[in-house]
Design a protein around this ligand. Sequence first.
Ligand SMILES: C[S@@+](CC[C@H](N)C(=O)[O-])C[C@H]1O[C@@H](n2cnc3c(N)ncnc32)[C@H](O)[C@@H]1O
Length: 126
Amino acid sequence: MAEKLFHRHLGGFPASILDTGCGTGRDLEYLAKNCEDRVGVDYQESMIGYARKQRPSIDSRTGDMRTLRLDRTFAAIVSFGYAIANIHENAELDQVMATYAAHSAAGTLLVLEVINATNPLPLPAG
Ligand SMILES: C[S@@+](CC[C@H](N)C(=O)[O-])C[C@H]1O[C@@H](n2cnc3c(N)ncnc32)[C@H](O)[C@@H]1O
């Protein structure tokens, strides 16, 4: 999905990617094939510890998507696996959007995997 969006909106792979709520870094590992400048941030130190051990070529950092400030911008910012579903309050969503803005330049692509509350998957019967 991200690859298709990169091609559709950026004309190819971005030169840099920030993944917020990156967990173990599995998505960045996949995207790393075509992008060397990628930073993964997660607020669980255990996730970052695992990511650093298993995927040492990725810049994995402990941080909170509500308050993160890396003082740089990225060509693409992503968040997969419903990481943003952990943000519940409007004020906190505003904080996350401010984080995205702080790490964006003109043309930065934001790719968020979100739960579509208007079209939920059917629950199994019984
Ligand atoms: C379901 S996991 C998905 C991990 C990864 N994106 C994937 O798809 O494999 C959600 C992740 O979001 C992280 N997370 C939740 N709230 C966060 C926050 N405020 N800042 C940073 N990470 C957060 C959790 O620690 C968890 O690793």
